[in-house]
Design a protein around this ligand. Structure first.
Ligand code: ADP
Ligand code: MG
Length: 278
């Protein structure tokens, strides 16, 4: 609530630690993570290392445990055993909120925009991961807060540019077609200034042209050095994107390699048997 002192709106450090966290080669480490729902071992003793700046795909048939694993990384789910590290720091006991502040952002499987807001305002919502202003400040609108509002708007607009939606900034979010809604969800997550972006089946239900545009956007973000973990069901989409694919089946990692390598893996073929998406 204090309205004095220097305004600091920088990228928050990934963790509040004296360590130079950017020196870590691994953006994210999943170590021996297990998560059960009743008798169902949704994720069972999974190890995954994600290199900084990489785009890692997590694939597997329905029910394989992909969303559960993503939830364990983002902190929306608590692991039963094992640990999750971000930039070398153990965040296993951190809340999802604290992990978001530290640089983990999620694009959820089903995201709805706030229909009453326009596209830019929807992107700006993501900025609240790093802004100072709370409800009381918003009421009194101190000068630093007006400055912050300008920065939020600029940053939100920049995030729309990154996903190619800047020309849609002022239209109602509810009027966007599905492909653009997904891009908006990515923009909103980017507005959090993430170090690691987690995406849960962002291409689901999209038409082929929309998938291509999404893939190009994600590759563009990779080009800017953003680490991404992409959960995907469709191997075709994955093949156009990933340098590395981790395959889950019944909660376990059954393959880990390039798209070409995992496609030829007999266990992967068996897991996908009967599925048209391999
Ligand atoms: P995927 O994303 O690969 O389709 P999920 O991680 O959603 O798979 O689910 C893995 C397994 O865990 C499934 O058997 C699913 O039914 C179960 N599961 C997931 N979430 C819950 C939950 N909240 N409560 C009970 N079971 C769940
Ligand atoms: Mg899922």
């Amino acid at each position: 609530m204090q309205a004095s002192g220097a305004v600091r709106i920088g990228i928050p450090p990934i963790v509040e630690s004296a360590d130079p966290t950017d020196a870590a080669d691994l953006a994210c480490e999943v170590r021996g993570v297990t998560k059960s729902f009743g008798a169902v071992a949704a994720v069972a003793d999974v190890d995954v290392d994600v290199e900084r700046g990489s785009l890692t795909c997590l694939i597997g048939p329905n029910g394989a445990g992909k969303s559960t694993l993503l939830g364990c990384i983002s902190g929306f789910l608590r692991v039963d055993t094992g640990s999750v590290l971000v930039a070398g720091h153990d965040v296993t006991r951190w809340t999802a909120h604290r992990r978001a502040e530290a640089g983990l952002a999620t694009v959820f499987q089903t995201t709805r925009p706030l229909d009453q807001l326009d596209v830019l305002e929807n992107a700006m919502v993501g900025c609240h991961a790093w802004t100072r202003a709370g409800f009381v400040e918003a009421m009194f609108r101190a000068p630093w807060q007006r400055r912050e509002e300008r920065q939020i708007e600029e940053h939100g607009y920049h995030c729309l540019e990154l996903v190619g939606l800047a020309d849609r900034a002022n239209v109602p979010a509810g009027s966007l077609p599905l492909g653009q809604l997904r891009l908006l969800a990515v923009a909103r997550a980017l507005a959090q200034r993430p170090k690691v972006l987690l995406l849960d089946e962002p291409a689901a239900g999209l038409r082929s042209g929309e998938k291509t545009r999404l893939a190009e956007t994600l590759l563009g973000l990779k080009g800017r050095g953003l680490t991404q973990i992409l959960v995907e069901h469709d191997m075709g989409f994955v093949g156009s994107l990933a340098e590395r694919v981790v395959v889950l089946d019944r909660g376990r990692v059954i393959a880990d390699g390039t798209p070409a390598e995992v496609r030829e893996d007999t266990r992967v073929v068996e897991a996908y048997l009967g599925s048209a998406t391999l």
